[in-house]
Design a binder for this molecule. Structure first.
Ligand code: MN3
Length: 194
């Protein structure tokens, strides 16, 4: 049985960048629903004993869309909550900063590429910073899809489903992504996943 993880901050702590109402709904309702659905799907099946990552890989291989979508969304949101903190953004730990500069040719280039990936994801989905073998890469994915099914290790993910930003930013997805990047990211956590 999977359970909703507690956030490391209060639901009002990211306001006004991400409002209390958004977190109440996004964490308390949307994320909880993925977990409830996942538990119902796997109950009594061979999936029940597997780790979340193994459930994602197996259901992807076996094209079990119901299990895959809910398991992957559970994983994705776990990372998303951890990648944010009150008064986030700002200084990046030097190990991560140096790796970003090396792999993207500059921090500003990486910022642009990450935000652009989120802006250009057509419809619902995610943008990611992942390790692919030894290199950092930015990718985007539709719906629930997670880079681990493409043998990458995500270390930063931003939810660009409308439920993530519509109450606070309406249709302005670029403004949401810029604010997420500049004011919410917990770079110490991202660095710890390198
Ligand atoms: Mn979401």
């Amino acid at each position: 049985m999977f359970e909703l993880p507690k956030l490391d901050y209060n639901n009002s702590a990211l306001s006004p960048i991400m409002s209390e109402q958004t977190l109440d709904l996004h964490h308390g309702k949307h994320h909880q629903t993925y977990i409830t659905n996942l538990n119902n799907f796997i109950k009594g099946s061979e999936y029940e004993k597997l780790s979340l990552e193994d459930i994602i890989k197996k259901s992807s291989n076996e094209k079990k869309a119901g299990i895959f979508n809910n398991a992957s969304q559970h994983w994705n949101h776990n990372l998303f909550w951890k990648c944010m903190k009150p008064n986030g953004g700002g200084n990046v730990p030097s190990k991560l900063e140096n790796k970003i500069k090396k792999d993207f040719g500059g921090f500003e280039k990486f910022r642009e590429e990450f935000i652009n990936a989120g802006v250009t994801q057509f419809g619902s989905g995610w943008c990611w910073l992942s390790l692919k073998e030894d290199k950092l890469v930015v990718t985007k994915s539709p719906n629930a899809e997670n880079p681990i099914i493409h043998n990458m290790k995500p270390i930063l993910g931003c939810d660009v489903w409308e439920h993530s930003y519509y109450l606070d930013y309406r249709n302005k997805r670029p403004a949401y992504l810029e604010n997420f990047f500049d004011k919410l990211i917990n770079w110490e956590y991202v660095d710890s996943l390198l």
